[in-house]
Design a protein around this ligand. Structure first.
Ligand code: 6PG
Length: 231
């Protein structure tokens, strides 16, 4: 596992974009990128607009989505499209929304994913996965105590999160299958949970993903890293 700390959110976004670009340049044929939602990665996606990359060969998918209809401002795909993917020729795969049927929407997306992610003995295999972390240690929409966190035989499932509504999310097995897993975390309000995940509480969803990841890297700004005992 690599941990890289940058002086501020701007330098973090620039470094994250460079790491993504470096991975895409050597990823081989049919690279795929699973996107983090939320707000942190927006600056990284915007930074990627200025880099020359072979987007026309890249499949881009969402590691989670809110169970709200297309066009709703809370959707993660809306943020990603505005920031980058309306501007580059990547094959962008939004999560389908079947009204009133979150489980069916998740199952439909898993079928979409099987159309471009390799399928191995352990199921779908992701390429590069980008993830954020919530202050409760959730990542994608795998929340502490959530049913989705328990899924072991599916790649994408629905969950109902108290106070957050319906969510559709990649499961622990799918996230752990990634060839590279990149956590991008910024801000002092994340310092405590980052320290918990990296130096303490192994059962938090983001810790479970990081421990199972084949090649995890944590990209932090100084504020998010203040709780770590880095030598
Ligand atoms: C979502 C995200 C979620 C996010 C964290 C951090 O749908 O909200 O996928 O896992 O990455 O909640 O969000 P911020 O980057 O906004 O702090």
């Amino acid at each position: 596992m690599r941990v890289r700390v940058f002086r501020d959110a701007g330098h973090l976004a620039e470094a994250a974009a460079e790491e993504i670009a470096a991975w895409l340049r050597v990823a081989g044929e049919a690279p795929s990128v699973g996107l983090a939602g939320g707000t942190t990665p927006r600056r990284t996606y915007e930074r990627l607009r200025h880099l020359s990359l072979p987007w026309d060969a890249v499949d881009v998918w969402l590691t989670d989505e809110r169970f709200v209809p297309p066009g709703h401002p809370d959707r993660n795909d809306a943020m990603a499209r505005r920031a980058l993917f309306d501007s580059v020729p990547a094959r962008f795969h939004p999560v389908p929304h079947l009204p009133g049927d979150p489980a069916g929407s998740a199952a439909a997306y898993e079928e979409d994913l099987a159309g471009f992610l390799p399928v191995g003995s352990a199921g779908l295999q992701a390429g590069l996965v980008l993830l954020g972390v919530g202050e409760d240690g959730h990542t994608a929409s795998l929340f502490p105590g959530g049913r989705a966190l328990e899924a072991r035989h599916r790649g994408f499932v629905a969950d109902e999160i108290p106070g957050k509504g319906g969510r559709l999310t990649a499961t622990l097995p799918l996230l752990a299958s990634a060839r590279r897993t990149m956590f991008i975390v910024s801000g002092h309000h994340k310092a405590a949970i980052v320290a918990e995940i990296l130096e303490g509480h192994p059962d938090l969803p983001a810790a479970l993903v990081s421990e199972r990841a084949r090649d995890p890297v944590w990209l932090l700004d100084r504020e998010a890293a203040t709780g770590l005992h880095l030598d």
